[in-house]
Design a protein around this ligand. Sequence first.
Ligand code: BG6
Length: 468
Amino acid sequence: MNKKFPVNFLWGGALAANQVEGGYLEGGKGLSVSDVLPDGIWGPIVYPPQGEYLKHNAIDFYHRYKEDIALFGELGLKCLRTSIAWTRIFPNGDEVSPNEAGLQFYDDLFDELAKYNIEPLITLSHYEMPMHLVEEYGGWTNRKVITFFEKFARTVFNRYKNKVKYWLTFNEINITLHAPFIGGGIRHDKVEITDQLLYQAIHHQFVASASVVKMCHELIPDAQIGCMVAGLPMYPLTPNPDDVLEVMTKDRETFFFSDVQARGYYPNYMKRYFREKGITIEMEDGDEEILKNTVDFISFSYYMSGCATADEQLNLQAKANILSTVKNPYLSSSEWGWQIDPKGLRYTLNTFYDRYQKPLFIVENGLGAVDTKNSDGEILDDYRIDYMNDHLYQVGEAIKDGVEILGYTSWGCIDIVSNSTGEIRKRYGFIYVDRHDDLTGTFERTKKKSFYWYKKVINTNGEILSGN
Ligand code: BG6
């Protein structure tokens, strides 16, 4: 028996509009940064799009959400994380009035979730900046974008204040530093990316985030709003003090983002960094005051850990996900080379909690793998079950450690299009979608073995999890 999880623990699944909805020009929707990346975030930006990309129709959630939510209900989800596509509400980003068809779509979606008592957890910005704001304003490098984002947030807070009580501002806000186009709407193929430019854009995102936190508290007093960072704990490759200090430096590439949003001010280590790099953040009067509007909880994605070393040669060889890290000889990797480290999740939970003493929410975790149907048409994804069991067991351990955790939303609870590579053969779901990288497929949904397993996990409130 494994009685660790609180009774109100939010067992969930997580999606993002741009990776599931499709219908990329339907209902008056405008183009977003995710609509112009045929090969994922490392490929070219093709704007305007030429032909159809996988994400343009994705898994057709735009038309099939009722069927999918019924499956989520059967699965027993208590919570569904997804995003509101900014471009469904403000197709260009700078319109005076919102697009009613887009607003209605999410009204219907939230009503459907309510039928199954599934709590929505909504990301305001999940790599979905309107392309018009990228082209006309330079994305987040331009301070004016704060006002557009505030308007978008005010519109959706007012519209859904009775339906949505959990919100997130920016998905993986620390990714702007590493992938400026999807994170910050900055065209790295046209603009010279400098630290000065990036940190100024990030400052605008911080101000926008804090401003909408304040707004959310005013407009929906019974809501909670969190920040979201890509979690990637670092271990020193060796006990060499230089490697340990390298860990400190690398960890701060993540902590900087949660520090500002959870504590409400720039940390001293960044002031030193800016000074030594000759970076000057232009702040307007009132920015420091706005930043004091801190988040209610900290959420993060967790897929892997990494090693840090001061050895430049080893650093050059490393590559993983959006972030690069050196391989850990003690860990195995997924088919995409992501190092599998369940204990790193317990470690991350404790680290964030010790640092902020605020509730945490694991809003992404899962295994991207190739799934194949056997001759009986079943998908026996024991590898996914093992991965999730081991990670969730460590979540239980963190709860025992005293970490306050609101919930866990497994990434891609139904198969979706990958963010980094633009493929769908990299599947995360408990539900298989008949859709393929060559744009073929019937879109038919099939429950995988992991579906029945996760259902049991939820039913028993985690009691069936096992580990060491
Ligand atoms: C996170 C993103 O980086 O990781 C998601 O928030 C993304 O959008 C997820 O899908 C998994 O990455 P990938 O590249 O396998 O889709």
